[in-house]
Structure formats: structure tokens, C-alpha cells
Design a protein around this ligand. Structure first.
Ligand code: UDX
Length: 432
């Protein structure tokens, strides 16, 4: 029989919200601690500060059942404290752990009184001792539980995990560990109980490996352009080898988000701190930056002489989310603005944060108004609704009917039949 527990989730970002909603859906009572007042007010009013498919309805259900209690600071009485705050990277690629420090110091008294603490925030491997110091001392009830949630699928990934990894210190208290397992390992997926550094390396390593696969795919994609070959056929042929697999081989002009770029950097930096070269992860990060530069160069090369205006459709780092952290589309916008172009962006969900990241970017409130007057339209995010725009009419509103698709979203034959000069990534470039 499952026991229902009272759990505190610290931080109401993607991971915290998915964790809180997921645990509440499983019947637990959740204190959701959020220090940002704007977010807290939204949560208290029953709305969510992020766009995540299915989450709004799931959150509303938890509110009806009174299972999630948004609050500004941790309260006593929980069986378990889950730390889910962000660990962004700074300009130099170093992990910024200030939110983790704040969260741990805020629960240090509760931890000292015996409540186990689980860190779900992604930490660079080797941070274990620092964490124990912020908690003022006792490592036996401190654990790590890296998450593997994909934005856009956060709740389903939480409820049906591929595996559950729990990091523990050598002096782990068996009762505390049993409680952590009971709350977090609730399906028949494999449970791995490992050391703290191993848990962090599993998380950093899994995301870095996915990033390597993408940098490799995107490098092949650019090579295909030079060879007049189609990368989709190439990755299909490569992916049929079961040792390689076809997942995570959709070409783009680079990957983004809050995890892949960060975990690549984290692995590189941790390795370098031990004097290791970390050739592979460092190269994957550099390749990713090159792929955005290459896409921006292609846009500049396509600009008609009488126009300086580019429309970027899609600003989120991928479809299904409003997140623009390390968004490849925004990086391209930045490069284009620095090259003196006027860049107008549109995104169905991610516009609000885009302007903060790239102040020179103009935002349109519809795809149509972004496209009107543009010399080139670039597809930046694979939102399916861009396929259904009335492209036949839109061509007449542009300074020149030129499209470059950074996501292999649109049907090239159709666009050419509508009179567009249409180019995509990883495919022969039409010479007309
Ligand atoms: C990732 C991991 O998938 C997840 O397990 C981890 O917990 C958090 O980080 P997420 O950041 O939500 O999830 O995005 P993901 O779906 O992995 O995509 C990352 C980036 O790769 C995006 O920019 C996406 O557009 C790009 N991508 C992904 C491709 O370009 N091609 C692909 O085939 C897959």
C-alpha cells in the first residue's frame, strides 16, 4: 500500500512544477515554495508561470483537490524536501549555484531536525561537499535525484521515467534512503542508487551525449549542403543501425534549452578543473555555436539588395515550450542584428522573454505581421502551425519571397510551387 506523504518542493520552475504536479497526482500533499512574488501570485491565483502542455489542467486539478499549497518559504512538517531551483550558466559557461545555495540555506534548519533533502537541480559533478556545507553539515540524509524531463513532455516524463537515479553519500541513513525511494521510485523502471558524483555525472553525461549526437548530426547536415546531398536520407541510413538509433537525429541549426548546452559546459569545465582536455565535449559546444553562425551567414547571403528586414518565425528553443534559454533562434537574431539587419520575431508562446534576451529584436504579434515587408523569412522553431499559414497570400506581402527553413518544417516542393525561393538545412541548395 502506497503511503501518502507531505513533501516540500523548493522552486516552481519547469522541474519544480512537474515534480509538484506529478507527486500531487500520485496523492501526496505538496508544499510548493517559490520566492519570486510574481510567480507565487500566479500560482496562488491558480495559473502557471510557464507554458507546458497538459500542466495547466493538471495543476487546476491539484488545486481542486487542495494537494499543492504555494508558499513563499519552507514550512515545518514535511517528510521530504526536494530542491528544484535553477542552475543557469554564466557567460563563461560556469554553473551559477546561487539559487541552490539560497534554497539549501533556507531548509538547513529543517534538514538539521532530520528531514531528508533531495537535490533535483542539476549540479556540476563534484559539488557534493559544498552542498553539505550549505546545509550545515550532515550528509547522511542528503541525496541527489537528477531528472530527465523533456520540456513539452514534463508531466508524462515525470510519471513514466526511463530510470530513477538516486545519489547518496557513503554514510547514507538507510531509513532516509528508503523514504526517498518510496516517494520517487513509483514505477517498475530501473532504480540506480549510486554515489553523489556518479548521479551528477549520469545527468551531465546523458545530456552531453545527446548534445554530441546533435552536433554530429548538424555537422553532417552542413556537409550535406556542400555535397548537394540530403541529410534526412543520410541520418535515416545511419539510424537504422540499432547501436546508433534514429532518435535525436533531427537536424537543426543548433540545440538549445536549459540543459544540453549547460551540461556540455559543466562536463567540460569539471574535466578541465582536473587538468583534463575534454576534447569531445568542448568540440560539441564549439560546433553548436558554428551551426548558428552558419545559418545566420546563409540568411545574410539570401538578403535581396532592396531589403534589410528578416522575419524569424519561432523564438523558443524548440516547439512545445515558451522557454528561450540558449535558444538557437535568438542567437541567430543577435548575430543578424550585429550585422546591421532589422530582425522581427514572432513566436506563438515565447515572445515575452525573447525581448529581454535580445533587446534589439522587434516582436510582431502575428506571423503575418512579422512576414509583411521581410526580405527573408527564417524558420527558427518547428511550431507545426507555421506549416498551415496561408503562404500563397503571404508571398505577396514580402519584400521578396525568400524562405530559409532552419528546422526542416515546411514542404520545399510546395513552397517552390507557390513561387518562393525556398532553402532548407542539410539539403541541396537550389541555384536559381
Ligand atoms: C533535455 C533532455 O532531453 C532531458 O532528458 C533533460 O532532462 C533536460 O534536457 P529539453 O531541454 O527539454 O530536454 O529538450 P530536448 O527535447 O532534449 O531538446 C534539446 C535541444 O535539441 C532543442 O533545441 C531541440 O530543438 C534540439 N533537438 C532535439 C534537435 O535539434 N534535434 C533532435 O533530434 C532533438
Amino acid at each position: 500500500m502506497q503511503q501518502f506523504r507531505r513533501v516540500s518542493v523548493i522552486g516552481a520552475g519547469y522541474v519544480g512544477l512537474a515534480t509538484a504536479v506529478g507527486l500531487a497526482a500520485r496523492g501526496h500533499d505538496v508544499d510548493l515554495v517559490e520566492t519570486r512574488t510574481d510567480r507565487l501570485e500566479m500560482l496562488r491565483a491558480g495559473s502557471l508561470p510557464i507554458h507546458e502542455p497538459g500542466m495547466a489542467a493538471a495543476y487546476a486539478d491539484t488545486q481542486t483537490k487542495s494537494r499543492i499549497h504555494p508558499m513563499a518559504s519552507p514550512a515545518p512538517g514535511s517528510d521530504l524536501l526536494l530542491v528544484c531551483v535553477g542552475t543557469p550558466i554564466d557567460e563563461e559557461g560556469r554553473s551559477d549555484l546561487r539559487q541552490v545555495e539560497g534554497a539549501l540555506r533556507s531548509v538547513a534548519d529543517l534538514a538539521a531536525s532530520g528531514t531528508p533533502v533531495v537535490i533535483k537541480s542539476t549540479l556540476p559533478a563534484g559539488s557534493g561537499e559544498t552542498i553539505v556545507m550549505w546545509l550545515r553539515g550532515d550528509s547522511s540524509r542528503v541525496f541527489a535525484n537528477p531528472e530527465f524531463l523533456r520540456q513539452g513532455h514534463a508531466i508524462e516524463d515525470f510519471l513514466k521515467p526511463t530510470r530513477v537515479v538516486i545519489g547518496a553519500f557513503p554514510d547514507a541513513d538507510p531509513d532516509a534512503l528508503a523514504l526517498v525511494e518510496e516517494v520517487l521510485h513509483f514505477t517498475d523502471c530501473q532504480l540506480l542508487v549510486v554515489g553523489m558524483a556518479e548521479a551528477d555525472l549520469i545527468k551531465n553525461g546523458a545530456n552531453a551525449f545527446l548534445a554530441l549526437k546533435l552536433s554530429f548530426t548538424n555537422e553532417l547536415s552542413v556537409l550535406c549542403e556542400a555535397l548537394n546531398a540530403d541529410v534526412m536520407k543520410v541520418v535515416e541510413g545511419i539510424g537504422l543501425d540499432e547501436r546508433i538509433g534514429s532518435q535525436f537525429m533531427q537536424p537543426s541549426f543548433g540545440f538549445g534549452g536549459s540543459c544540453l548546452p549547460k551540461d556540455l559546459c559543466a562536463l567540460t569545465n569539471v574535466g578541465k578543473s582536473f587538468g583534463l582536455a575534454m576534447h569531445v565535449t568542448a568540440a560539441a559546444s564549439e560546433a553548436n555555436a558554428d551551426h548558428q553562425q552558419h545559418f545566420a551567414d546563409r540568411i545574410v547571403g539570401l538578403m535581396p539588395p532592396h531589403s534589410r528586414r528578416v522575419a524569424i518565425l519561432g523564438l523558443a528553443f524548440k516547439a512545445g515550450t515558451d522557454d528561450v534559454r540558449s535558444s538557437p533562434a535568438l542567437r541567430v537574431a543577435k548575430i543578424l542584428i550585429a550585422r546591421g539587419l532589422e530582425v522581427v520575431g514572432f513566436d506563438p508562446h515565447a515572445a515575452a522573454d525573447a525581448n529581454r534576451e535580445v533587446p534589439g529584436l522587434s516582436l510582431a504579434n502575428s506571423a503575418q505581421s512579422a512576414i509583411a515587408g521581410a526580405g527573408v523569412v527564417a524558420i527558427g522553431t518547428e511550431w507545426p502551425e507555421f506549416r498551415d499559414l496561408d503562404w500563397a497570400s503571404l508571398a505577396k506581402t514580402m519584400a521578396a519571397p525568400i524562405i530559409i527553413d532552419g528546422r526542416r518544417l515546411l514542404d520545399g516542393e510546395r513552397m517552390r510551387a507557390l513561387g518562393y525561393h525556398f532553402e532548407t538545412i542539410g539539403a541541396p541548395i537550389p541555384r536559381n
